[in-house]
Design a protein around this ligand. Structure first.
Ligand code: C5P
Length: 210
């Protein structure tokens, strides 16, 4: 048998990152947050005075250096939108594809993103598709960014839910590698589950398939 590869896909702020990190440490595997690759590419374009919408210079920006991924300013609204824009470009996706495959080829890994189970590792050992309602996802995103009080602010919740929905719609509608559940992925609906419960359920699924 080959190495153990776990694909974790789903819409924005559904809890993919937390689950992937916890799964990787439970299984002793490396973890790759693939969204960070798109975020760092968008950051480089903006820093170079380029629009993340344009394809001129985009594939070059996707040739990321280690320091591009270590930047502290990759989780801001401007980069949420910029990452989703660069992610539509075939040249960017092609440039990042090999890097993602190389990451897990030798020793396996847990990768979270939008197209891991459909495109990056269509033969992954386990494919999980993590979802939650728009309301839950908006609450989680606000708590993560601004603390518990922000998760109770109705106006902010409404605005955040709209931003997440716009990004999901763009990610699902694009021509290349759209956000989509792989046919053989297991759906993990996390509205009523905390991080530990999601991890426990995911570990059961991994054990059934490895
Ligand atoms: O996961 P995260 O929210 O950090 O991803 C940022 C953006 O990067 C997503 O909205 C999506 O457009 C893009 N992305 C992608 N494919 C992946 C991971 C992220 O297109 N595998």
């Amino acid at each position: 048998p080959g190495v153990l590869i776990v694909a974790v896909d789903g819409p924005a702020a559904a809890g993919k990152g937390t689950l992937a990190k916890n799964l990787a440490s439970s299984l002793g595997l490396p973890h790759l947050d693939t969204g960070l690759l798109y975020r760092a590419t968008a950051r480089r374009m903006l820093d170079a005075g380029l629009s993340p919408e344009q394809d001129d210079g985009a594939a070059e920006a996707a040739a990321l250096r280690p320091e591009d991924l270590a930047r502290p300013d990759l989780r801001v609204p401007e980069i949420d939108r910029g990452a989703s824009a660069v992610a539509r470009q075939p040249g960017v996706r092609a440039a990042l594809l090999e890097r993602q495959r190389a990451f897990a080829q030798a020793a396996g890994g847990v990768l979270d993103g939008r197209d891991i189970g459909t495109v990056v590792f269509p033969d992954a050992t386990v494919k999980l598709f993590v979802t939650a309602s728009p309301r839950t996802r908006a609450e989680r995103r606000l708590r993560q960014l601004h603390g518990d009080a922000a998760g109770a602010d109705e106006a902010l919740l409404e605005q955040t839910a709209q931003e997440l929905a716009a990004r999901d719609a763009q990610d699902a509608a694009r021509a290349v590698s759209p956000l989509r559940k792989a046919d053989d992925a297991v759906v993990l609906e996390t509205d009523r589950l905390d991080a530990d419960a999601v991890l426990a359920r995911a570990l059961e699924i991994v054990r059934e398939r490895e």
